[in-house]
Ligand binder design. Sequence first.
Ligand code: FAD
Ligand code: FES
Length: 509
Amino acid sequence: MKNSYWILSSKNKEDYKSLESDITTDCLIVGGGIAGLTTAYLLAKENKKVTILEADEIGYGASGRNTGKVTSQHGLIYSTIEKEYSSEKARLYYDANEDGLNLIKNIIKENEIDCNFNIVPSFVYTEKEKYIQDIKKEYEVCKNLNIPCKYMNNIKDVPLNIKSALCFENQGQFNPKKYVDALAKINYKLGVKIYEHTPVVDVNIDEECMVKCANDHIIKAKQLILTSCNAWYDGLRLFFAKEEASRSYLLCGKVKNKILEGNYINVENPTRTFATHKDDKGIDLLIAGGQDHKTGKCSNECDNFKAIERFAKEIFNIDEILETWSTQDYVSVDDIPFMGRISDGKNNVYIITGTSKWGLTNSSAGAILIKDLITKNHSKYEDLYNPSRLKSYINMKFLEHNMEVAVDYIKGKFISGSTELPKKEEGKTISLHGKRYGAYRDKDNHLYIVDITCTHLGCELSFNSGEKTWDCPCHGSRFDYKGNILNGPALRPLKTYNEGKNKIEPKIL
Ligand SMILES: Cc1cc2nc3c(=O)[nH]c(=O)nc-3n(C[C@H](O)[C@H](O)[C@H](O)COP(=O)(O)OP(=O)(O)OC[C@H]3O[C@@H](n4cnc5c(N)ncnc54)[C@H](O)[C@@H]3O)c2cc1C
Ligand code: FES
């Protein structure tokens, strides 16, 4: 998998050992991204005994691979929430994300974190006449909610044909990997136990939560907090059916001609998102991206990288491309994350998921929400983000998403494999002795053959040529070509040829 500019430029990460014994803790956090680390920080400050389990390394998930925008402006979110819910909920969403933004600013200031944080404006814009009305509507909604913002007919010093834009001043931009690496170190000093390379594979919820790791060690906890981005444990809330895994493509390059500092995103398709960034030496960089698609549903991922490179070179006169990468987040059916108590019946289990590509401020707000639920038993944001909210089931997108999943499931079963093995650096579905497998041949001519029936709910995986991975079109699980899990909700790796059939094992109850 390609690493992001942020991962490659954060040099001060500590290594944390994996769990090698059974332990007991007050609060167990599964997932070492911004959601888990921020929740750990706030709980440790309340004198809770906190443990974090991370399947990979701290900040190697979406938190180390995004655009680095720390903002309460999330596309056209306020008009969307007002339409779907109410103006009160839209204002609450703003307050929560401002709390998230201020928490990030305060953590950086109090702990003197060097993560290239800058105050910049955020813009949502369009280059197409037909979307001007949508931006005007967002402006009217924001004005009525007393959200400080400015309507603009164009943006000077940005080489695009912008016809309409909405600006939020005083937002932020940083290197998210430097931030989470520093936050992990601060947590460690506060007494938080951090274990990397410790994937969780099972859970049993009772008065006490019992979690099992892949190496069979057991952790007992009073409270379990799931911050693994996807919802691998469901608690019968059907998260897999109400959030969609969406991938996007990003690059970081050196700009020749400076543009107005800020965070930018358009409203039309294809999505174009970009942000200015200054590195440690004060060199002006541009992070640019887009080309979103549902995970596992792209015929040629390499074309998406090319499209982003063209955009950056043609529009912004990029001098040199430093890195390109892709990543995914889980987008909820109503664009509001699922954060809080997983269900009324399980009041010692909490979750942050469905952060919908705006998880830096949202999951920081989620950390405040979960800390308040654990320490005070209530939060003003409980209802807004309620993981069981009724409208997340009674929703057109919920129906469309699940219809599509059903079609993908069936379609996958009818795809027959090729009888020819792949060439070097090629991956494809093959048929061997009447059975379907996924095969990839690396540049040294080693052939890797795996069972490509997803271990979550049994959909057939498709090959991602950009990342050399097997991706699931149903709920976004991803596996490397050797069969190791890269993204859930799947909890089991793929079996290799001769190991037998994959075990399908969702953790729904
Ligand atoms: C292209 C793109 C651009 C984005 N840009 C922005 C932006 O500019 N601003 C913004 O606010 N948001 C942005 N986002 C969204 C943001 O990056 C995410 O919402 C946020 O990082 C989610 O944080 P997290 O901690 O929940 O997840 P992650 O950072 O993914 O952390 C979850 C961790 O859990 C671990 N894990 C998973 N399963 C297990 C298991 N079974 N056991 C143990 N550990 C496990 C993973 O290894 C991972 O490290 C973007 C997203 C994308 C896709
Ligand atoms: S992720 Fe659900 S079936 Fe693959």
